[in-house]
Design a protein around this ligand. Sequence first.
Ligand code: ATP
Ligand code: MG
Ligand code: MG
Ligand code: MG
Length: 487
Amino acid sequence: MTSQDVRKQFLDFFASNGHLIVPSAPIVLKDDPTLMFNNSGMAQFKEYFLGNGTPKSNRIADTQKCLRVSGKHNDLEDVGFDTYHHTMFEMLGNWSFGDYFKKEAISWAWQLLTEVYKIPKENLYVSVFEGNPAENVPFDQEAWDIWKELINEDRIILGNKKDNFWEMGDQGPCGPCSEIHVDLRTADEKALVSGKSLVNNDHPQVVEIWNNVFMEFNRKADGSLEKLPAKHVDTGMGFERLCMALQGKTSNYDTDVFTPLIEKLEQITGFKYTSNDVILNDSEESKEQNKTNIAIRVVVDHVRAVAFAIADGQLPSNTGAGYVIRRILRRAIRYGFTFLNTKEPFVNQLVAVLANQMGEFFPEIKAQQQLVTNVIREEEASFLRTLDQGLQLLDKVIEDEKGKIVAGTKAFELYDTFGFPIDLTALILREKGLELDEVGFTVAMQEQKNRSRAASEVSTEDWSVLIPGNVETFVGYDQIENEVKIT
Ligand code: ATP
Ligand code: MG
Ligand code: MG
Ligand code: MG
């Protein structure tokens, strides 16, 4: 089943069950001071849960372009290293605003997955909120009873407050959730692990695909809960993960959402990607291949985030959301530069493939294709010049260096002023027989981070609060930039 069909079937299914299908909200939020990017399907509807305004219909479904690179939901560090977290992804969702509740939501989710998409029932697990008396929240007996009719009890897992209870903040609407996980392990792998408590984090091939939130309580200022007069349903399913399950793959990058981009990147760079099913071992060759694979995943992931953000009106810049976009693009350029030997702009060449592939459903990417390509090309060219300048400066540092250890503060200066990636610095120094004082670098970085965090961002529950006036002081790279150590 192609990814286009997967998306269409989801929307058709909920339309046939009385849902109004609405378009995705833009990925960049211009009118919400508490959130930079749309990071879930419900963001565009949150006011309805707070009782402000009336939705066009009390049943809605859509696919939402999401970006999880800042605030509470920041998956950037995992992207490229695992095969199912992206910066930009689509979240398929269905909502009830004071209309249907757990019975319908759970039954429809199950019907869609097992009858329409035909995922074998024995490959699915679900979770139910276990309750937390200390915080006044009860076990979700109602969901348990509904699931029990549909799935074997040993596939219903109890989840804690962190994973299975959703709150908008310290006060306001909240409620338990039920997650659905899909088990993509081979029969051999399954035989190796016994016991029922297997959800993602326990095995990379057992992946959370769908979260169903049941908003039934209101948390009051004194911490107590009261029942909401109108109950709501808010669900979110990872589109790329669903495609992986339905296309018989074990990596999102092996689905048709990503393969055209990977093929183009292979063509541009001459490097080859190996699919998730190819087992890599401890050999030097495998280690090299693994670095290539990570870099390719980073690039094909990041181009989507950057392209959609630009198409939705967010140009790369030095502040706020524009800076986040710039950093994502630079991360892609840096991985290309270091691991795929790209010394010329290349990311922009992927935009045509993306527009071709996604343009039918998201016409904005086709309409803005030329602009997006040009902006990315310019950014690439200017960052590559910066990299070049940084390299010259580094040469000078190396020349001046009397001992064998280069001060971490020097590396930090390069990084902070030129956006010069620390792993690249370390690699070059190593090639010259010098060592980098990594502790010194980390300390300088931490000080910088503390400064910018204190100045610009207070992270709350689902919304990241930016203190007005201080947004402009958001400077420097995140610690993510030194994640990959080249050893
Ligand atoms: P995970 O535990 O895998 O990080 P989550 O619990 O943070 O996921 P939710 O906030 O429940 O995710 O979002 C609903 C669904 O969106 C998830 O079940 C998953 O399928 C998908 N999803 C979440 N984050 C990502 C991501 N970074 N990339 C791709 N899909 C994602
Ligand atoms: Mg997450
Ligand atoms: Mg989760
Ligand atoms: Mg979840």
